[in-house]
Write a protein that binds this ligand. Structure first.
Ligand SMILES: C[S@@+](CC[C@H](N)C(=O)[O-])C[C@H]1O[C@@H](n2cnc3c(N)ncnc32)[C@H](O)[C@@H]1O
Length: 296
């Protein structure tokens, strides 16, 4: 195999441009991962020659990226809330937009004393992104992340261990089926919410992510509806429920929250200006839906 230098690798970005709109950055990330160096090093040492093993790896990673595989899957990690998280094809690659859900959750409890204990549940935890981000900010909280996928649970547990977060538990559960505690201060979720017919499912990174993490019936609203309905019984009075959803689902989600008795219902926009996070508080008054059931 001929010798190849760092700058020659970087020059191959043009070959990726038809499949990636971040071709140059992709190659930089691949090189940093293979060489275990930062980007400044790449620019400082453009004439460094890759070792034979590094060259083989580069060719393999380059080809996988050319085939459209997400860069996070190729290098096996993605940063979320400045935490380095392991990722794989068992669940969603954490997205920057989801950090908004973490921000709002922290904002809702901003008046707490620093050592205030709170119970938090993350439904559909995937890599553990949300629950681990909250854990990094709230060492006194008790946090539980659950996922239906056994492989996702193993991945979240691996990330939890790597971060030494002993105040986080991860377990398998089909939504609430295995949850015992019924007085959570806050429930957060980024559930599957894409309509199974959505053409975007055949484009970009999502082609490599499992459908179980992405799609939900009823135009993407089925899981959101179930979570809103069931959360009521798992929240303490004044507890909050926060949900990520599609840009065009905010009205429907707000309505579901209101119909199920939540108050102070609100939606926030992501960095792209789209309405993506809706939340509400369990009211002290009785849930009207439950009331009618109880009186039957
Ligand atoms: C959109 S991904 C979110 C992953 C992670 N929370 C994040 O924000 O990056 C949805 C997650 O919900 C999980 N999930 C799907 N159906 C579920 C169910 N019935 N019970 C629990 N988790 C479920 C999927 O396995 C997936 O990990």
């Amino acid at each position: 195999m001929n010798n190849i230098t760092v700058v020659q690798c970087l020059q191959r970005a043009s070959e990726l441009e038809s499949t990636s709109d971040s071709a140059r950055l992709d190659i930089e990330i691949i090189l940093c991962h293979i060489l275990q160096k930062n980007r400044t090093w790449l620019f400082t040492w453009p004439d460094k020659i890759l070792g034979e093993e590094q060259h083989v790896l580069f060719n393999d990673f380059f080809q996988r990226r050319k085939n459209g595989e997400p860069i996070a899957h190729i290098i096996g990690k993605r940063e979320f809330w400045s935490l380095p998280l392991a990722v794989n094809n068992s669940t969603l690659i954490p997205r920057p937009d989801t950090e908004l859900l973490v921000e709002i959750t922290l904002e809702l409890f901003a008046q707490d004393k620093p050592d205030q204990v709170r119970n938090c549940l993350d439904l559909g935890t995937g890599t553990g992104a949300i629950v681990l981000a909250l854990a990094s900010e709230k060492p006194h909280w008790q946090l539980l992340g659950v996922d239906k996928s056994v492989d996702a649970v193993a991945l979240a547990e691996k990330n939890r261990k790597q971060l030494y977060f002993n105040h986080v538990n991860v377990q398998q559960s089909d939504w609430f089926s295995q949850i015992e505690l019924r007085d959570f201060d806050v429930i957060v979720s980024n559930p599957p919410y894409i309509d199974p017919q959505d053409p975007h499912l055949d484009q970009g990174d999502v082609r490599f992510e499992p459908r179980s993490a992405l799609i939900a019936d009823n135009h993407g609203l089925a899981d959101i509806e179930l979570i809103i309905r069931e959360s009521w019984d798992y929240l303490r009075n004044d507890g909050w429920l926060l949900l990520e959803h599609g840009y065009d689902q905010s009205e429907a989600v707000r309505e579901l929250l209101c119909v199920n008795g939540f108050v102070a219902v609100e939606t926030r926009r992501d960095l792209g200006g789209n309405e993506r996070i809706s939340f509400g508080k369990k009211a002290l008054i009785k849930n009207p839906g439950k009331k009618s059931q109880e009186s039957v």
